[in-house]
Design a protein around this ligand. Structure first.
Ligand SMILES: [Zn+2]
Length: 481
């Protein structure tokens, strides 16, 4: 789960499903990272650490807690979230405070009542400090009270103060996070500890402690990238343990977004520089806030720690290009735009299924059918039939272009009919690489001769349902494309 299915925030899953292990490139966009899954992973993580105190559990706990879980609650009104997605051009799925009672509302409340759990662990004469957060622990078996003061996660200093009934010998095991590299220091009563283990291990301090002893840590954070396992050019940006989210605009954009390849909405970063700190610059006076410099196409992006960004459209994963790679991609984008432009020139009518006004305009009818929305794009699907009346131009050969999505949950089979006559049959297999695609169906001339419009009907076959239809376009098949 942690190493083969999880995103940078500690969340996982898309539309409540797993994909193939180590294949996250095509999984990042859309409805990803359901909150109750992360709740359950943390519950198991704390239990596993109690059975076997391996630092890897504490590292995952910090990642999931300071990113997904803290990001799953709107601190302005306390609403928790269903999905806390990580893709490009996404928004949080805030739950309605008085109407929703999903899995993620129940565990969502528990998540934030459990912040005291898993900071400290004890066994015999050893106390583990796993998380850095303002807290106090009463270690009753050793008669110790420990108070932690810290400005973490945006800050970098931690101060532990000990109060003891009497002097006693024990071990404090302080987690040195894997991201805390150069500049990490530990001091005891002002004296620097000279030998510290490498990042990603525990600093064990065994001594005879007395009341008033203090331990201080400095945890320096640096900017870095984390790639998805199957694409070294698709990255999340982190500052120490904190995933950074790029602010892309108001939350309302979510249903207006044409697609993730619109660079004016979701930019990409073009640079030959492999050191992120050279093009992502801190904003003075705002710890954790950064802005890209000279790399954004079509625009630069402002970042803040993921958990602080609410009620906005945002992205966690970004595509990186070298200038050479970008030249090639820019030519591909231009070719795709030209193809789309030619399709629009050939269009007689375009109906948008799943949106009220266009469905009225094109007289949408149906039985056991319903609107749907995937990756922000409206659609209509059904288990019996639905239809639209579309204008035709009998002076030209006509064709119908339908847009589908290659990631249906089950196999779909259906026929496409024009004025009652079958012009095509379609099969869409379940769970393929998620992408939108067009299918063109030529319409025999005798079905449009002398007509101004025709009824296009989708009819379920073989006991399967009709796939979601995201666009319906009547075109002149003889237009130069
Ligand atoms: Zn849930």
């Amino acid at each position: 789960m942690v190493y083969h299915h999880s995103f940078a925030t500690g969340g996982h899953g898309k539309d409540e499903y797993f994909g193939e292990p180590n294949k996250l490139n095509d999984q990042v966009d859309g409805r990803t990272a359901e909150s109750c899954n992360v709740y359950n992973m943390l519950k198991m993580t704390r239990t596993l650490f109690a059975l076997q105190p391996d630092i890897k559990y504490a590292e995952f706990q910090e990642r999931a807690l300071f990113n997904h879980v803290l990001g799953s609650i709107d601190s302005a009104d306390g609403r928790t979230c269903y999905m806390v997605p990580v893709g490009r051009g996404v928004t949080h799925e805030y739950q309605d405070m008085f109407e929703s009672f999903t899995c993620c509302v129940g565990t969502g409340m528990e998540n934030h009542a459990l912040h005291g759990d898993g900071i400290y662990y004890e066994s015999g004469d050893k106390l583990w400090v796993n998380l850095y957060t303002p807290s106090t622990v009463e270690w009753k078996t050793m008669g110790v009270k420990l108070t932690m003061e810290t400005d973490f996660p945006e800050g970098r200093t931690v101060k532990l103060k000990l109060e003891l009934k009497s002097k006693s010998k024990f071990t404090l095991a302080l987690r040195r996070p894997s991201w805390a590299k150069e500049g990490f220091t530990v001091t005891v009563n002002g004296g620097k500890v000279s030998q510290v283990p490498p990042a990603g291990s525990y600093v064990e301090l065994t001594r005879k402690w007395k009341s008033g002893d203090t331990v201080e840590l400095v945890l320096p954070k640096t900017l870095r990238e984390e790639t998805v396992p199957d694409n070294a050019r698709r990255v999340a940006l982190l500052w120490g343990p904190l995933v950074l989210a790029g602010n892309l605009g108001p939350e309302e954009w979510k249903w207006n977004r044409k697609n993730m390849d619109d660079l004016a909405v979701v930019p990409v970063f073009v640079t030959a520089d492999t050191n992120v700190a050279n093009w992502l610059k801190p904003v003075a006076g705002q710890p954790g806030a950064c802005r890209t410099e000279g790399v954004g196409r079509e625009k630069e992006v402002d970042f803040v720690p993921f958990y602080r960004l609410h009620r906005r459209t945002y992205a966690v994963y970004w595509d990186l290009f070298s200038p050479q790679e970008w030249n090639k991609r820019a030519r591909e984008i231009a070719a795709e735009r030209e193809k789309q432009h030619k399709l629009e020139l050939a269009t007689v009518a375009y109906a948008q299924p799943g949106e009220m006004q266009p469905e009225r305009d094109f007289n949408q009818q149906g039985e056991d059918s319903e609107p749907d929305r995937i990756m922000g794009r409206p659609a209509r699907r059904g288990s019996k039939w639905f239809s639209f009346d579309l204008p035709v131009d009998p002076a030209h050969p006509m064709a119908l272009v339908a847009t589908y999505y290659d990631d249906e949950w089950r196999k779909r089979t259906f026929d496409i009919l024009v004025d009652g006559q079958k012009i095509g049959e379609q099969v869409i297999q379940e769970r393929r690489t998620p992408h939108f695609f067009d299918v063109e169906y030529p319409i025999p001339a005798d079905l449009v001769n002398g007509k101004k419009k025709v009824t296009v009907r989708f009819q379920a076959t073989n006991g399967n349902e009709i796939a979601a239809v995201f666009g319906l376009r009547m075109i002149r098949a003889d237009a130069g494309r």
